[in-house]
Design a protein around this ligand. Sequence first.
Ligand SMILES: [Zn+2]
Length: 263
Amino acid sequence: MTDVTFDAHLIDRLRSAQHIVVLTGAGMSAESGIATFRQGPSALWTNVDPEEVATPKAFGRDPERVWRWHLERRDSMAAAQPNPGHIALAELEQHVPRLTLITQNVDGLHRRAGSHNVIELHGNLLQARCATEGTIYDTWPAPPPLPRCPECNALLRPNVVWFGERLDSALLEQAQAASFDCDMLIAIGTSGLVAPAATFPMNARAQRALLIEINPEKTPLSRHVRYGFRQPVGHVLPALVAAAWPPSARALAPLGSPATIKT
Ligand SMILES: [Zn+2]
């Protein structure tokens, strides 16, 4: 793996950033062994029709089938581990005044890596929600029988956004607001094709935020960024955080000095 280098301007901007927005897509979790949507033989939709398992209509028609498919996916996600990229983002959050992590992934790996300020735009497959009034549950009785809402007895459904469904408007508003407020945006493993996520980097750029992309593949966003890294995220992010806040400097620095981690 070729060594990744960072110029002084990038390191300065990172150290002095007041609000960083990080936008992550399927490529962020691919290095944890989670299938992306369309790439490669193990791609998610190679063997199943999304209309059969990931739409409100499918749930109305055959909730058992929908639950079975989502539980298989949940189990494979639960078995995956946060990769060094996830862990570096959790550490980065400790170094800067504010970091908003907007993810299109439903695997919950950012939270498991220790990130706090996470907006899960497409939901979280480790959760369920009431199909009627929307209450979200972290624990619920796995089917069979079909799980029901303890509040209103309606069916519970996987807490993910299905095809043909709108994103949660409150989460979307939070993400939009953050993208208009940040001074740096890092786009990781996302194609930058899917709206509304694709608008966030453009909002940030309109505010003169520094745009960075980490993605082995070029994307439509690539021509708009100031820094583009084509190496794996698990390689680039830990190196970037260590370059800005060298572990040795952190160990030596007296408590409370800029180089130390917020406790
Ligand atoms: Zn309910």
